[in-house]
Design a protein around this ligand. Sequence first.
Ligand SMILES: [Cu+2]
Length: 423
Amino acid sequence: MENGVKVFHLTAEPVKQVIIPGRTFDLWGFNGSAPGPTIQATERDRVRIVFDNHLPEPTGIHWHGLEIPIEMDGVPGIGQKPVMPGEQFVYEFTLNQNGTFFYHSHMAMQEMVGMLGGFIIHPKTPYSPRVEKDYLIALQEYAVLPNSTIPNSMNMEFNWLTFNGKAGPASTPLIIRQGERVRIRIINLGMDHHPMHLHGFTFWETGREGARQPESLWHRGNTTLVGVAQARDIEFNADRVGDWMFHCHLPHHMMNQMSSNVGPMTRVGQGMQAGASMEEAMGILRDGHATSENKAPSLGRGLGVGSTTDMARANGPLSQTEADKAMANMPGMDHSQMPGMAMPEVAKNADQVPLFPQDAYMEGSMMAMDKDVDKPETYGLPTGWSGFIGGMMTLVRVLPAEQYEKIMDLKAKQGLAKQDGAK
Ligand SMILES: [Cu+2]
């Protein structure tokens, strides 16, 4: 607070964002993360946001949905001069609304590489009924080639889908004590709409971008479609214990690093095409024909130049000869010897069944990375759980008092350890 004004500092800068252990992306965000921190204030607060541009190009911050003067609206070249690299701009305004809002760069390409964050304005008079837990989940999506760390913001097909900058299973489960009332605010500033689905509970949709709805308009349901530039607030009574899934229901948004080399890699043993000749890289067939069983028509997903050799994705039934070859080409290592990696059980004739492989190599215990994503919030989950969570998925863990306290205790200890580390 400075003379009755609530002061925030926001710095736009390049950030290294760990999307999942082993995959760190070069993004642009705020104060070291993408998305940026959530700003929280209360209706009628006077707020000042001291904004520094540490990006190599001009920008401006738009306060999405706020009823404020045009000079504060943050559209470079219209309401204000662009904030140039190295420059500072001070935004200041009074909040006359309450609800779920967001801030973002008003340069479209910057928005696509991480430059957004939540802006919660709490009401002067508390909402009723009271909630014990109040979460915000920012939805984002990136298109990143397997060997790159830079999202392609021109691409329309996304292979990394995130909750608050993390793809499942690195997303953090929501920890709730049985009996609590929970609010989840979901904001979306990407290129897709996301049908957000909650297992086990029928929620009330209590708010939309910009405002809480009057109770007579609260929809009941278990899925809410969060459109681009929209927010949805949902509330429910967490009366039943369980590790309940909360996820976007678009199947491709529940997966990680989708690229079309998965089929050929797991089946025909061609492996990654690194080191292929120029002709092969250009898609010129050197043996067989275009529709031969180990080539397939190139109707797969593309993630831009360089990925096209991986587009063929044959999963028709293989002949006995090709099926034997595929099995022989499976990596010789014994997966059961590797921690967290047990070979998924597949049928003996799997390679001869049309459509195989679907999920056997995409999800399941073989993909588990429990240890890598271990944190207090994952305490007590079944071994191998992380193999079944990807993309825009997390868990709403409604826990009996004892287990809830145990996790809170672990979190407190982790916090203390961090403080010690900082000293
Ligand atoms: Cu989605």
